[in-house]
Design a protein around this ligand. Structure first.
Ligand code: AHR
Length: 542
């Protein structure tokens, strides 16, 4: 859409073109579907890390805190409401140190083990160091996790230990989960744990970050391990979906070498390729050290605000680049991307409570980051089969804070709730004519798109989500539908006076979505997006 034609669109809608704001047009091609948005794009990640499992999710059946078979009820209720399609567990790095047998049998007889994260340098100084975050009592094992998934309405995704257990233990874990009732010793162990019928676990990760904490393998070495772990794996009638440990960010080398070395037998077993991408302030003039380079979750300046969003925005190029490399060995693209860890990662200091290792506050900036990421996943709906934000509760870009009897939703939770109508919809091609945001990265000019958007269609209902990435200026947005006529529109917006706004246990509703104004005229829609905001338009088509 050319600027002249956009101005006539704006005039048709009588938009108030303010000096401070910018004007933007989005074209939605209703007759140009990309692919179905896999509900699994709205997946989660739960690791035995800090207070994610103990306190966050698992309070125990005898707890005074309202629970459903030991799982915190408030979290379960809120999670169910956003339709979590899949939940990954037990790690992360923890997975490659975990023996699944420790989480079986009567709770009182389960062993207590030292947690992988015991020596993390991110532990707050005043954290208690003798609790289940450090010495894991294994009360939350496979059966407890699968029940949690069932109660939440999600499929379980188990990550197997490739670094410190033999391949045989992986097959045995599959047997414990999926073998027919009463058929084997492990099926009977499952029954003794309270689950006679097979758990029918479909998603299995074969190692985690095998280039790093998962064994420091080279891609060639990992390909050999992958083949060993997955050869002749019994399926027990379940359509197993195996996920390989993909690259750190956009390592084309890792992907190319694995795909070459895995060969037909290895690739034939692969369902998803698990890329990880975190956003942190480690570029520009700041130190490049992974630990020291991170910024604060709440006290950020303009450069840090835009840099985090810019890093999140690079998910788009990572997907394109990885897809291209995967296509060299898999031209039919049978294997899809599973971005099974993503989100923001800040320096320590804003944990909701000390035991929440790698816990961090979650502001409107993170809400925009989540929305921007989902818009990218939708635009690549034919490539991305699953994603899992890190992590569900009390850790990294979490949806919840939960401690003792306290519970709060983060702005990121609200984005999941606002975006949930996209699940299972047909992603539509959109085009935006927009001014870029220009900012300074280490004193040098840098650009970021002004707006992020995506659209999907279910029956005659079109869902359009859009975020204004500008930290200070509102955006007046006109939307033109091609191939359909809108009849009514409803809008909801997540915004705050300050992009640093966030929810706490004391003020759990400081950031929450509210109905907002949108108008419809002919094939045009109009909405004003406040600075650093996320909006959803629900459009009924004629
Ligand atoms: O999510 C925290 C950690 O980040 C995970 O354990 C690991 O896979 C990644 O490096």
């Amino acid at each position: 859409m050319l600027r002249r034609s956009f101005l006539s669109t704006a005039a048709a809608l009588a938009l108030p073109l303010r000096g401070q704001g910018s004007t933007t047009q989005i074209d939605v091609m209703v007759n140009e579907p990309i692919a179905t948005i896999a509900p699994e794009i709205y997946g989660h990640f739960v690791e035995h890390l800090g207070a994610v499992v103990y306190d966050g999710i698992w309070v125990g059946e005898s707890s005074k805190i309202a629970n459903v078979r030991g799982v915190r009820k408030a979290l379960l209720d809120a999670l169910r409401a956003i339709k979590p399609a899949v939940i990954r567990w037990p790690g992360g790095c923890f997975a490659d140190q975990y023996d699944w047998r420790d989480g079986t049998g009567p709770h009182a007889q389960r062993p207590t083990r030292t947690n992988f994260w015991v020596d993390s340098r991110e532990w707050p100084k005043n954290a208690r160091r003798d609790g289940p975050e450090t010495f894991d009592p294994n009360h939350f094992g496979t059966v407890e996790f699968v029940r949690f998934c069932r109660a939440a309405g999600a499929e379980p995704y188990l990550a197997a230990n490739l670094r410190s257990l033999p391949a045989q233990d992986f097959w045995r874990w599959v047997e414990y989960c999926n073998a027919p009732a009463g058929s084997t010793t492990l099926a009977r162990l499952r029954e003794a744990d309270g689950e006679r019928a097979p758990l029918k676990v479909r998603y299995w990760g074969v190692g985690n970050e095998s280039w790093g904490c998962g064994g420091n393998f080279s891609a060639d070495e990992y390909a050999v391990e992958f083949r060993r772990f997955t050869a002749w794996l019994p399926s027990y009638g379940v359509d197993l979906a195996l996920i390989g440990s993909g690259p750190n960010g956009d390592s084309r080398e890792w992907t190319r070498k694995f795909f070459e070395k895995a060969g037909r037998s290895g690739l034939g077993k692969l369902w998803g390729w698990g890329a990880h991408h975190y956003s942190w302030n480690a570029s520009g003039g700041r130190t490049r050290d992974w630990f020291d380079g991170k910024g604060d979750a709440v006290q950020f300046d303009e450069e840090q605000y835009y840099e985090i969003l810019s890093q999140a925005n690079s998910m788009d190029s990572i997907i394109r680049s990885q897809w291209g490399v995967m296509g060299e060995a898999d031209p039919q693209h049978r294997v899809k991307l599973a971005i099974d860890e993503w989100g923001s990662w800040y320096k320590p200091g804003t944990e909701p409570f000390p035991e929440a290792l790698i816990g961090q506050q979650n502001t409107m900036r993170d809400a925009v980051l989540a929305a921007l990421s989902f818009d990218i996943f939708h635009r690549h709906a034919e490539k991305v089969a699953m994603t899992n934000i890190a992590q569900l509760v009390n850790c990294l870009q979490s949806l919840f804070f939960a401690h003792e009897d306290k519970f709060a939703l983060t702005p990121t939770y609200h984005v999941f709730e606002m975006y949930s109508p996209h699940q299972g919809g047909q992603a539509l091609r959109t085009e935006a004519v927009e001014p870029s945001i220009s900012y300074k990265r280490n004193g040098q000019p840098a650009l970021l798109p002004r707006l992020s958007s995506s659209a999907s269609l279910k029956g005659r209902t079109l869902t359009l989500t859009l975020s204004n990435l500008h930290m200070k200026q509102a955006a007046e947005v006109t939307i033109r539908l091609h191939g359909a006529q809108p009849s009514t529109v409803e809008a909801v917006t997540l915004a705050a006076e300050d992009p640093r706004a966030h929810n706490t246990f004391a003020q759990p509703n400081a950031v929450q979505p509210a109905k907002s104004a949108a108008s419809v005229k002919g094939e045009l829609l109009a909405v004003i997006c406040p600075p650093a905001s996320v909006s959803r338009l629900t459009v009924a088509l004629r």
